[in-house]
Design a protein around this ligand. Structure first.
Ligand code: NAD
Ligand code: MG
Length: 302
């Protein structure tokens, strides 16, 4: 495995040589997993992301903000000038603390509201508390998600199927519904789909189908709220180096080769996703709605 230059937004670099490439060390953690226990550690842009006021004064909710893609988005949003409510599960407090401190170092508000998005009551409370504490809401970024690989449909339990749908689809529905009661013209929603919506793995029946649902939901909702001046888009990542994968998202023996089959030959890092979320949340993407933006290392969306 090559350890590499840390990426930054401006230096010209060969993307196949940025960041660690397979093989990785075999590793596993209990779900939902912690970023700090991963080897190598994911890059969330801590050392590199430079803001330029693209979200100055915005008020945002980011789910899954403790680790992975959500953490990278939180760091970038704060450095672009946004105040942030962070949601994550109570067991992820350790990861969340690191993000809170990074947001505060950027001079922005970081308001942690831990809790389980598979419960409608909590989703409603999260939005209400966020609006109250931020003094309004301009951006909802749905990043939280659950992924548990299962080789055979005969072993895929109703409980797992339900929990994946509750977290990935119902939670997102409840949050969008509650947020839309507060969003004004110019506001944006950014959802997180996956390459799995288009190229499902045989081991991810529940997860892949939730991601296809998110793509369709994003398109329909975008049409529904366009006349109000509210935009809704999604990001569809390919294989990204985050705690989701070693905590049950992949069969353990597959992790060493994670990302090897992409044309760029490596998994993406959370830091490589953040600029797309910033773009879709900001006024710069004013004519973009209902789209799903792939960040896949070359495993293109159809
Ligand atoms: P991650 O583990 O860092 O983030 C997922 C987060 O989801 C967790 O941190 C946790 O806070 C949150 N979460 C899970 N269940 C929850 C629940 N019931 N209530 C509240 N929060 C809950 O991993 P990540 O890869 O950064 O995942 C972020 C998003 O990206 C997910 O939606 C995932 O499906 C999507 N995604 C990831 C990949 C990848 O390869 N890592 C690829 C495509 C899409
Ligand atoms: Mg986490």
């Amino acid at each position: 495995m090559t350890t590499s230059n840390v990426a930054d937004q401006t230096t010209l670099q060969d993307p196949t040589k940025q960041y660690p490439r397979p093989k990785f060390e075999e590793q596993s953690q209990e779900a939902p997993g912690l970023a700090k226990k991963m080897n190598p550690k994911p890059d969330h842009g801590e050392e590199t992301y430079k803001g330029s006021g693209r979200l100055a004064g915005r008020k945002a909710i980011i789910t899954g903000a403790d680790s992975g893609i959500g953490r990278a988005v939180a760091i970038a949003f704060a450095r672009e000038g946004a105040d942030i409510v962070l949601n994550y599960l109570p067991s992820e407090e350790e990861d969340a603390k690191e993000v809170i401190s990074l947001i505060e170092q950027a001079g922005r508000k970081a308001i942690p509201i831990a809790g389980d998005l598979s419960e409608e009551k909590f989703c409603n409370r999260l939005v209400e508390d966020a609006v109250h504490q931020l003094g309004g809401l301009d951006i909802l970024v749905n990043v939280a998600g659950r992924q548990e690989a299962e080789e055979d449909i005969s072993k895929l339990t109703t409980q797992q199927f339900e929990m994946t749908y509750k977290t990935n689809v119902f939670g997102l529905f409840w949050l969008c519904k509650a947020a839309l009661a507060h969003l004004q013209a110019g506001a944006t929603i950014v959802n997180t789909a996956s390459i799995q919506a288009y190229q499902p793995s045989p081991t991810l029946l529940d997860y892949a189908s939730t991601k296809a649902a998110i793509v369709a939901f994003t398109k329909g909702l975008a049409k529904q709220v366009a006349s109000k001046g509210i935009r809704v888009n999604a990001v569809a990542p390919g294989p990204i180096w985050t705690p989701l994968q070693p905590s049950g998202g992949q069969p353990t023996e597959k992790l060493p080769e994670f990302g090897a089959k992409t044309p760029l030959g490596r998994p993406g890092q959370p830091a490589e996703l953040a600029p797309i979320y910033v773009l879709l949340a900001s006024q710069e993407s004013s004519y973009v709605t209902g789209e799903t933006y792939g960040v896949t290392g070359g495993n293109m969306l159809p």
